[in-house]
Design a protein around this ligand. Structure first.
Ligand code: NAD
Length: 418
């Protein structure tokens, strides 16, 4: 429970899937963690007056607006939390940094390399004035993932040889699932690659402390044309024959009144790539929205000379650990229940064995962000880290376009300074 009087007034843009997850975090964080500042849920922004008013009441925000520029310019806001699709991240975050607001921006940082470069450069400039920024790769904050990183950093795995990462979903297996914003390049930047592939890129680089230096990739769009949506939020949507902004009349074929209007899918449905990480590590990555039966299956395994560690989001309180330094007769995978007070983040929650869930990663993200802002340090992952992930996404896309040719990933720090 927080004991401070210092407030950080948060303004959040977007109130659907991530808006709800972040609201839960801002609402909870000071009730669980003792922090040097208290988050106040001051202002929420969406484009529809009635819906944003409803969201403000339901999610617990003091006030609402339909204009993110008003939120960014407000003297009563200290933190801007960007929970919109990728096509507005750069514009909102750049305006917020220019207005001196601390920024938490959802992943992937942007839709393009040039946007991500501009955001990283603005964040570096803002640091000098004490303005902080962070990209929302929330899975870093799962206690078992943070512990995985500690095991690697403590040398318990020895020399890292392999990284094996998959992030599998199946929410668009049905070809009649509508053409939501996540399936449009101009809104989302890329498909499974940027949406879920970005998570395993960041997570594996975070856990190993190593950077992806080159990739060879294949991508595929299995269903190339889909019905236009009547409405959508997060990973859910409905279909009818209505037109949708941003799609041309030529995309529609519903004039006979029998078939719903359709549009072309302009992103990947799946991306698979091999990679090298610095230090001689070989890695494989797979991100798909067509893995039938897999709902949100994020798995990472890391093999080193002294051991192996494996994480599965569907069992997020657990870690599998194989310690090859134990006597041969006792070797085997052990299942660590990551709920002890000495495990990352866990001392604030429940007695050992009383497990936590998905939403806690967002509360931990809010905790780390508030602590960094209030104590005047830069939170991680930074916008430069977000740019680095974006450079990997870009390399994967270019490799796939060039018949899987080997494609180097340029370092983000050099890029920002240039
Ligand atoms: N960290 C995670 O695990 C995770 C999970 C899902 C989504 N995301 C990311 O979060 C972001 C949002 O995804 P989502 O699933 O919440 O999408 P969503 O479709 O559920 O919600 C998007 C919200 O943004 C609002 N919005 C869009 N444009 C706007 C504008 N110009 N001004 C004001 N509001 C605007 C919409 O009205 C809606 O409330 C994306 O960048 C996505 O990649 C992250």
């Amino acid at each position: 429970m927080s004991t401070t009087d210092r407030e950080l007034r948060v303004g959040m843009v977007g109130y659907a899937f991530m808006g709800a997850a972040h609201s839960q975090a801002w609402r909870t964080v000071n009730r669980v963690f003792d922090l040097p500042a208290r988050a106040r849920m001051a202002l929420i922004c969406g484009r529809d007056t009635a819906k944003v008013a409803d969201a403000a009441g339901r999610l617990g925000w003091d006030a609402h607006t339909t204009d993110w520029r008003e939120l960014v310019a407000s003297d009563d806001i200290d933190v801007v939390d960007v929970c919109t699709p990728g096509d507005s991240h750069a514009e909102i975050a750049l305006a917020a940094l220019a207005a001196g607001k601390h920024v938490l921006c959802e992943k992937p940082l942007a839709n393009t390399i040039s946007e991500a470069r501009a955001m990283a450069a603005a964040a570096v400039t803002a640091q000098a004035a004490g303005v902080r920024s962070m990209c929302g790769f929330n899975y870093r904050r799962v206690p078992a993932v943070a512990m995985m990183r500690q095991l690697v950093a403590d040398g318990r795995l020895g020399v890292i040889r392999h990284v094996r990462a998959t992030y599998l979903q199946d929410w668009i297996v049905d070809p009649q699932f509508p053409l939501v914003w996540r399936l449009q390049r101009d809104r989302a930047g890329s498909g499974a690659l940027g949406d879920i592939g970005a998570h395993i890129i960041d997570l594996t680089q975070y856990v190993t402390g190593r950077r992806i230096t080159g990739v060879s990739a294949v991508t595929e769009t299995f269903v190339k044309e889909r019905p236009l949506p009547a409405g959508s939020s997060g990973l859910a949507a409905t279909v009818d024959g209505a037109a949708v902004d941003g799609l041309t009349a030529a995309d529609a074929n519903g004039a006979d009144g029998h078939r719903p209007a359709t549009g072309m899918v302009t992103v990947d449905d799946a991306a698979v790539f091999v990679a090298r990480l610095d230090g001689g590590v070989l890695a494989t990555y797979e991100a798909s929205r067509f893995a039938t039966g897999r709902k949100n299956a994020l798995r990472v395994e890391i093999n080193g000379s002294l051991g192996t560690v494996a994480f599965d989001l569907e069992r997020l309180n657990e870690l599998e650990f194989y310690d090859a330094t134990r006597p041969a007769a006792e070797q085997g995978f052990s299942r660590i229940l990551v709920t002890e007070g000495e495990h990352p983040y866990m001392s604030a929650w429940w007695p050992p064995g009383h497990i936590i869930g998905y939403e806690h990663s967002f509360t931990h993200q809010a905790r780390d962000f508030i602590e960094a802002v209030a104590t005047g340090v830069d939170p991680a992952p930074s916008f430069v880290d977000g740019l680095q992930v974006q450079l990997v996404l870009d390399a994967v896309t270019r490799s796939a376009e060039l018949g899987s040719s080997w494609t180097e990933v340029e370092p983000a720090l050099t890029t920002v300074a240039a």
